[in-house]
Design a protein around this ligand. Structure first.
Ligand SMILES: [Zn+2]
Length: 301
């Protein structure tokens, strides 16, 4: 059997996932990840969707993990600790000596780069690489990780510089994942439909903020969100569409009087005076005060 070194596998796998991330952005389909990498004629998988911690067979029984995966929907609410600026990753089970946990610990001991995969929709992933395991807590049963910039030669920089760079990269990743989590939670609450037109294609859906990100109360929480398709999201942001505190849709007067094709006629003018389809659970419905404040801006526009 051909010997393939850990360094070869890791370097090829990280280059590969960085490439697909550039190609697909934060929405990499499962099929693209399944390609794996080809080394000396051997196809090496980089991930197994059924496993949280993955170590390819070619690195041998004493090898280190290559990738880890989680979901923005994860039942552990601790994957992205914005405050601490760290990514946390729960052990597989509760036994620190479980082979998967051991494989991840080896990546920590040998300072090896890994791939972090986060499911943002069913079968769709955001990819972060490289990440490094920097901590292992047997009491909390979790590892801590940091991200690093792509294509950095770690041997040529000093520790201080590396720490700062990784802090910066990790914060950017955490912010990104936090937004992905907001989107997923809102889409779950809205049963993956646009609240205005009921469109069901998840790749065409967004979580719109009611009060914007930069507003002091504009937090990424479900009650400050609306599940909307991309057209209605943009129309809402542009004050073409307004939503009053009773969740009724308003269309700006000049737009109502315009003449144009079917998108304007059916997609925009046709939704005037309809009611939003809201989440079944009352606690997930939009905050009335937020809707009211935002609606005032629409009226003034
Ligand atoms: Zn829509």
């Amino acid at each position: 059997m051909t010997t393939i070194s850990d360094a070869e596998v890791r370097s090829a796998a990280i280059t590969f996932v960085q490439g697909i991330r550039t190609r697909f952005g934060g929405r990499v389909p499962r099929t693209a990840l399944m390609e794996g990498v080809l080394l000396h004629g051997v196809r090496v998988p980089i991930w197994n969707y059924q496993k949280g911690i993955f170590k390819p067979a070619v690195v041998g029984p004493l090898g280190a993990a290559l990738s880890i995966q989680t979901s923005v929907d994860s039942p552990y609410d601790d994957d992205h600790d914005l405050e601490a600026g760290l990514i946390t990753y729960k052990y597989r089970g509760t036994d620190p000596r479980h082979p998967d946990n051991v494989a991840l610990r080896r990546a920590l001991e040998a300072h090896l780069p890994l791939i972090y995969l986060v499911a943002v929709d069913p079968g769709v992933y955001d990819v972060v690489a490289p990440v490094y395991v920097i901590g292992d807590n047997e009491v909390q049963l979790q590892f801590t990780l940091v991200a690093d910039q792509a294509n950095v030669r770690t041997s040529t920089v000093d520790v201080m510089q590396m720490t700062l760079r990784r802090e910066y990269a990790t914060r950017a990743v955490l912010q990104r994942l936090h937004q992905q989590q907001f989107r997923r939670r809102v889409l779950n609450a809205y049963r993956e439909r646009c609240a205005i037109c009921h469109l069901r294609h998840v790749e065409l859906l967004d979580a719109a903020h009611i009060l914007p990100d930069r507003h002091p109360k504009g937090e990424p929480v479900v009650t400050n969100g609306l599940g909307l398709c991309k057209i209605h999201h943009s129309a809402y942001d542009a004050n073409i569409i307004g939503i009053d505190p009773d969740a009724r849709v308003h269309v700006r007067l000049d737009i109502l009087l315009e003449k144009d094709g079917p998108m304007l006629k059916h997609g925009i003018q046709g939704v005037a005076d309809t009611k939003l389809s809201l989440p079944r659970k009352i606690e997930l419905r939009p905050n009335r005060d937020f809707l009211a404040e935002r609606f005032e801006r629409f009226v003034a526009a």
